[in-house]
Write a protein that binds this ligand. Structure first.
Ligand SMILES: [Fe+2]
Length: 290
């Protein structure tokens, strides 16, 4: 499988890095429906404006998107095969408004693009790595095992590519490593991947989208107390307790001593169950490692 390696130009004296992790925006005007009282255009612009505000306050060094920018492979009403891609709309109309810092877009389970089509759409392969200072973000494809145009392959999880992870660790042996994927499920994954997480001290944290939640799962001592931090959504929330989050995304702030991820709930007005709800910007901190 071809991969893309991005090496971010950073200041050689830079010791603090801030990375944006934002997933599940699901740019779509499917069925012309509004989500929570916003048209697709309004919701996508709200995502842009929220990211820009964060960037102006504390700039990001890179933008990592763990999948589902669209619903291009959702059902037969949205076939990319028919030449219509809201993933392309997302990139051209919205992502383009963000500053030109390095970015990597993973394919989600609603994005069964072939390797060639994904590269043409996003500028990166379905799998790759982003190097930021002494940190390697390994961008893993969790829905690569069946790229037949089935419109929705949400049940076809493909295990993490252990060989590629090991290759990237060996390529940058001094670096701390973070794994990023659309979905990571240890129950569906291989023993080899679990063994790697348990035994490879360079792996410092894991990020995943897909669930539309901002949960942090602590894997416990067997897994060196690694955490999987989920990256929320900017589309349909699956959070039952809206005091814990609504639309939002994560950052990861890396300093020489520690790495902390903040889940940032976007300041938003939304109509939920017929009622106008207002969300203030709130931030929930998670120490990824220290
Ligand atoms: Fe999603």
């Amino acid at each position: 499988m071809s991969t893309t390696k991005l090496i971010c130009k950073t200041n050689p004296n830079q010791t603090r890095f801030r990375v944006l992790l934002t997933s599940d925006m699901h740019c779509t005007d499917l069925y012309g429906r509004e989500w929570y009282g916003l048209t697709n255009q309004q919701r996508m612009q709200h995502w842009v404006d929220t990211v820009l505000k964060e960037h102006q306050a504390d700039p990001f060094d890179a933008i990592l998107i763990p999948g589902d920018i669209s619903l291009d492979y959702h059902d037969k009403k949205t076939p990319y095969d028919k030449g219509y891609s809201t993933g392309l709309e997302f990139i051209k109309d919205y992502l383009s408004q963000l500053p030109p810092i390095p970015r990597f877009i993973l394919a989600g389970n609603h994005e069964q693009f072939t390797h060639e089509d994904w590269l043409a759409l996003t500028g990166n392969h379905r799998q790759g790595a982003v190097i930021i200072g002494n940190n390697t973000f390994i961008m893993l494809d969790s829905f690569a095992c069946d790229l037949s145009h089935s419109y929705d392959s949400s049940d076809k999880y493909s295990p993490m590519d252990v060989d590629y992870i090991q290759k990237m660790i060996m390529a940058y042996p001094q670096n701390d490593v973070y794994l990023v994927s659309h979905y990571i499920d240890l129950n569906l994954d291989t023993k080899a991947f679990c063994h790697l997480l348990q035994n490879e001290p360079k792996i410092k944290g894991i990020f995943a989208g897909h669930t539309h939640l901002n949960r942090v799962m602590k894997l416990g001592e067997d897994y060196r107390n690694l955490v999987i931090a989920e990256t929320g959504n900017f589309s349909y929330t699956l959070e039952k307790d809206l005091t814990k989050g609504f639309w939002g995304f994560r950052d990861l702030v890396i300093t020489p001593d520690t790495a902390v991820s903040h889940y940032i709930v976007a300041e938003s007005n939304a109509i939920i169950d017929g009622q106008l709800r207002s969300f203030a910007r709130t931030v929930v901190d998670t120490t990824v490692h220290k």
